[in-house]
Design a protein around this ligand. Sequence first.
Ligand code: ADP
Length: 329
Amino acid sequence: MLQAVIICTQHLEITYLNNQAVAMFDLTAEAAIGKPITSLAAFTENKEFLHSIERLSPLTIDLEITKTDHKKIFLQCVMEKTEEGFVFFFNDVTENRKKIEELLMANAQLELFAFEASHDLQEPLRTITGFLRLLEDELNSQLNDTSRQYMNYAIDGAERMKRIIENLLEYARIGSGTENFAMVDTNEIVNGVVESLQAHIHETNTQIILQPLPSAYAVDSHMHQLFQNLISNAIKFRNKNTVPEIEIGYTENEKDFIFHVKDNGIGIDEKFFERIFHVFKRLHSKSKYPGTGIGLAICKKIIENHNGTIWIESEPGKGSCFYFTLPKK
Ligand code: ADP
């Protein structure tokens, strides 16, 4: 459908409406001209729209109206102020809206499936790991080098699968709507993470430069997880010939806090900047750098669940800087 247009005086009385507006709002031009736009049946029940018109803000509004045949349609309205009054443009976005809802539904079903599948896989895996250990104990003296090696491969494989499943479950749980948002002191969170990684930090001689951080409206456990993933990656992907240095800090603009976790590690080629945030996407073999490839996907999901964005700037050989935003509330 083409764009519907309604032109009003400064007192919001309709002076013109095009054919699309006549069809969209089930009107006749004669009946509508001279009436206030706020008195049209489509809007009288829509408090949000009436309120926006009163304040003339925001200038773009999404609204749902019920047609005379009881069908609901979704509109996007843009208001513009002119010298004589106001012009309202309406676009029917029902189809887009339906597609988005279908996609969200499909996505939610997939996540539920992943969650249930991962959950159900834990039980047989526990059985495999448990019996492998019993077998190892039982056969201990009879195992030769080759069979001991096979046994170790099997145990390693089962343990790796356990970590993947645990990470997948963590990933699936984010955004379930049960999280507690509150003001959290991100200094405390980062201090806690650094404390828990202390042994590894010490062993790798990593220098941590911790700048003062703000308090933000967030989920405490998710922030912990986020900093933990970023800082432990910064240690893991260190440059073997340089003293590892990690700086954690932030800047801010009117709307957001912009945090960064910066390292002087191996860096990443620009062509992989997108890919590393997807589940299971890794750039190195698991023998060189262990991991499940879910850590950054978890970070992205956490940040999106906080209405923020996450991205990376990096240069191979020089280091990486991960940025993420948290909206100020
Ligand atoms: P994992 O660390 O388990 O492999 P992640 O999802 O945390 O999985 O990271 C995905 C990939 O992104 C890593 O395998 C690595 O190639 C790259 N990466 C992540 N953080 C860094 C970093 N600080 N420096 C260099 N590469 C990184």
